[in-house]
Design a protein around this ligand. Structure first.
Ligand SMILES: [Zn+2]
Length: 497
């Protein structure tokens, strides 16, 4: 009798689990709940699982735990909904940020380099940001790279080529969106543009379209709800008009989180808002194979996500937060031939500056002394990367093989750029980066157990995380164009999908 009861109870349990599962998967295909009032879309450029995991492993390694553990250090890896997203574009398994961004912002596959237009470069797609603006929501676009860069551009511009930076910036001014924040622009006066009848400087043009522009921290701090349409530019434009790498930023310089918090302050209104925030320099650090700079920029990105999470705690029934990457970059991985089954991420903490800042220092030294020798810069390599030349086989000491790699790279670095080797071997060794700097980060990263395969993007899927109203729709395995379609579904935008 007892056995029979247990059997029946077990059967009931199985059946209810199966039916619950059916309900959950049905719900994830068709969301019928209320539309969220506040929508955050965070895009970690070049951020796939290796970048996310490395950031968590590094945090764990710094705790010097005896055994490995990967607690959820990042806010978004704790989100209730998680999925995987395929990233191929219309012509390649390896997408760039323009075609990946177009897929996310418009729901269509296009070609590398194309901003929110079709593969024939004729049709201009309506973006999710434009759809939501039409719905009455306010719209904000924030990025740590230049605001005319591919990922932010796909939300407000439509051009056949991402390199049309001037045209993109003009379309920013014409978008009518409520807030732009972060990096500056590459071609403010249209010097590289082939456009006829240029309307002049893009900042002046934006002013004529009603934008208030801030370029200092002081002006930025004065912005408040009711300031009208705002275009806020970092007070310290760095490489390619981007914000500083987080590893190089002093605390008093505005962060990605500051631009996100200001966005909330400016956009909050009874009809709600949509804000896209891009962590763009995760990608740039991965292109350069600089693991520490990438990891620290993942933390800066997460700090921005945390601002949205705090906001969601105040508006739990009205907020949706989506965090995704547009593609992987660098072929980054946890593990290297030289370190076999071990990692030593704590070694990365010896790196004090980004590859960009180090290259600047080398260039200054080269200018001062054209016949510079590797011997003369060993001290600064030790100072900024912790790598030593003692020959004592200690933890951070360079092996003979590693010193040879540095010497070969230095011999290229010291040459004029035009005289450097153009061989494919040289490209595999250094990409288009400063040979010495990229070799230093390679050596340090390998000692830590991080491997790199390329200076470009790769074709692996990326993780997507979601929290809040409608988040369950983001569970599962789907394509990057589905991110657009899922937002359309949750926001109840009428579309023929
Ligand atoms: Zn990239």
């Amino acid at each position: 009798m007892f056995k029979k009861t247990v059997k029946i109870l077990f059967l009931i349990f199985i059946l209810s689990a199966v039916s619950l599962n059916v309900i959950i998967s049905a719900e994830s295909n068709l969301y019928k709940g209320p539309a969220p009032k506040y929508v955050f879309l965070f895009i970690g450029d070049g951020m796939a699982l290796p970048q996310v995991s490395s950031a968590e492993i590094y945090a764990s390694a710094l705790k010097n735990n005896k055994y490995p553990e990967t607690p959820r250090y990042l806010s978004f890896t704790k989100f209730e909904a998680q999925g995987f997203t395929t990233t191929h574009d219309a012509s390649s398994f390896i997408t760039d940020s323009a075609s990946a961004g177009t897929a996310i912002a418009c729901g269509y596959k296009t070609l590398n380099g194309v901003i929110s237009m079709d593969i024939g470069k004729k049709i201009k797609y309506k973006t999710i940001a434009e759809e939501l603006k039409e719905k009455g929501m306010k719209v904000g676009i924030v990025t740590s790279v230049s605001i005319d860069h591919a990922t932010p551009a796909v939300f407000y511009a439509k051009v056949p080529s991402r390199s049309m930076m001037y045209e993109i910036a003009l379309q920013l001014a014409e978008s009518g969106f409520d807030y732009f924040g972060g990096g500056s622009v590459i071609d403010p006066d249209g010097k590289k543009s082939k456009m006829d009848n240029k309307p002049g400087n893009v900042f002046d043009y934006a002013k004529s379209k009603g934008y208030k522009i801030t370029k200092t921290k002081e002006e930025f701090m004065k912005l408040k709800s009711g300031s009208g349409k705002v275009w806020a530019v970092t007070e310290m434009p760095a490489d390619a008009q981007s914000m500083l790498y987080e590893v190089d930023r002093s605390k008093d310089v505005l962060s990605l989180a500051d631009f996100t918090a200001k966005g909330i302050e400016l956009l909050d209104n009874p009809k709600g808002f949509f804000m896209m925030v891009e962590g763009g320099k995760i990608d740039w650090a991965c292109h350069a194979n600089d693991g520490l700079s990438a990891i620290i920029d993942v933390y800066a990105f997460d700090d921005a996500v945390k601002i949205a999470v705090e906001f969601a705690q105040k508006h739990p029934k009205e907020t949706l937060i989506i965090v995704t990457g547009d593609h992987e970059c660098g072929g980054m991985t946890v593990g290297f031939a030289g370190t076999k089954y071990d990692t030593a991420f704590q070694k990365l903490q010896k790196q004090k500056i980004s590859y960009v800042k180090f290259e600047e220092k080398i260039n200054e030294l080269k200018k001062e002394k054209p016949d510079l020798k590797l011997d003369e810069i060993k001290d600064i390599i030790t100072e900024y990367f912790g790598l030593t030349f003692k020959g004592d086989k200690s933890d951070m000491d360079l092996t003979e093989y590693e010193i040879k790699l540095l010497q070969d790279a230095f011999d290229e670095t010291i040459k004029d750029k035009k005289e450097r080797s153009k061989s494919s071997e040289s490209y595999i060794a250094y990409g288009e980066y400063d040979p010495l700097t990229v070799t230093i980060t390679h050596v340090l990263n390998r000692k830590a157990g991080i491997g790199w395969t390329t200076y470009s993007h790769t074709g692996t899927p990326v993780p997507t995380y979601a929290k809040g109203v409608g988040a369950g729709v983001f569970d599962g395995y789907y394509d990057n164009t589905d991110i657009y379609k899922k937002i359309v579904l949750i926001l109840k935008i009428k579309k023929s999908y």
